[in-house]
Design a protein around this ligand. Structure first.
Ligand SMILES: [Cu+2]
Length: 220
C-alpha cells in the first residue's frame, strides 16, 4: 500500500510537472514579445471563467492527493489488537530497548548502546509474515522508529501515556527471512546517527524455538 501510494504520488507529480513545463515552453516560444509592437498583450484580469479555472484545478489536484493519503494513512494507522506478537519499544539517547510479548510470555528486554553498524545494535527477532503490534515510548526527546525495508516509520514522542492509541501501530512483517537495518529517523542528539538496531525475520517455527531458548535463559 505504501509503495503504491508512493508510486502514485510520483506519477501525479511528474504528470503535473510535465504539463507545467510544456506550458512554459509553449508560452516562451509562441508568445514572445514582438519586436515591432510595444503595447501590452490582451489582459485577462477579472476574467471570471479563467480565475475560476485557476482556483478549481489546484483544488481538485490537492483533493486527489489528500484523498489517497488520508485513505491509506487511515488503514495504516489501524491497530486490530489481535497481533500474536507485541513489542514494547523504548527509545532513549541513543539506542533502543525491545521487550517482546508472545503468547502471554514477556521476554527479557533487549537493549543496546550507540554503535556504528546496525549488526552490533540491539536485535529484535520477529516471525516472518506475521502481525506484530508495536508500542512506542521514550523518556527523553523525540525519536523515530524506522526499518527502511518495512516502508514504515513512526515518531516516538515523550509524554504520551501508556494505553494511548497514538503510541501504537501494527504491521504484517515481510514474508521473507533476513536481517534488516533499523535506525532512528529523528535528529535526537549527538549520537543520533549511531542509534542503530536490526530486525531479524525468521520462520514461525524458528521464532517459537527462539522464544523457548529465551525463556530457558531467563529462568536460570
Ligand atoms: Cu533517536
Amino acid at each position: 500500500m505504501v509503495q503504491s501510494l508512493w508510486n502514485g504520488a510520483w506519477i501525479a507529480a511528474l504528470a503535473t510537472g510535465a504539463v507545467v513545463i510544456v506550458l512554459i515552453v509553449w508560452a516562451s516560444i509562441f508568445h514572445r514579445k514582438r519586436r515591432a509592437k510595444a503595447e501590452l498583450p490582451p489582459q485577462v484580469r477579472y476574467n471570471l471563467p479563467i480565475e475560476i479555472l485557476y482556483t478549481v484545478i489546484p483544488l481538485v489536484m490537492v483533493s486527489v492527493f489528500f484523498f489517497f493519503t488520508a485513505r491509506d494513512s487511515e488503514t495504516l494507522a489501524r491497530v486490530s489488537g489481535d497481533a500474536p506478537v507485541k513489542v514494547k519499544v523504548e527509545a532513549f539517547q541513543w539506542s533502543w530497548r525491545f521487550t517482546t510479548t508472545y503468547k502471554g510470555q514477556t521476554l527479557q528486554p533487549v537493549a543496546g548502546v550507540p554503535v556504528h553498524d546496525y549488526n552490533q545494535g540491539p536485535q529484535l527477532v520477529l516471525p516472518a509474515n506475521s502481525k506484530v503490534e508495536f508500542d512506542l515510548s521514550t523518556d527523553d526527546v523525540i525519536h523515530s522508529f524506522w526499518v527502511p525495508e518495512f516502508l514504515f516509520k513512526r515518531d516516538v514522542i515523550p509524554g504520551i501515556p501508556e494505553g494511548n492509541p497514538g503510541r501504537k501501530f501494527e504491521i504484517t512483517t515481510l514474508d521473507k527471512r533476513g536481517v534488516f537495518a533499523g535506525r532512528c529517523a529523528e535528529l535526537c542528539g549527538v549520537d543520533h546517527s549511531r542509534m542503530l538496531f536490526s530486525v531479524k525475520l525468521v520462520p514461525q517455527a524458528e521464532f517459537d524455538q527462539y522464544i523457548a531458548t529465551q525463556q530457558a535463559g531467563s529462568a536460570q
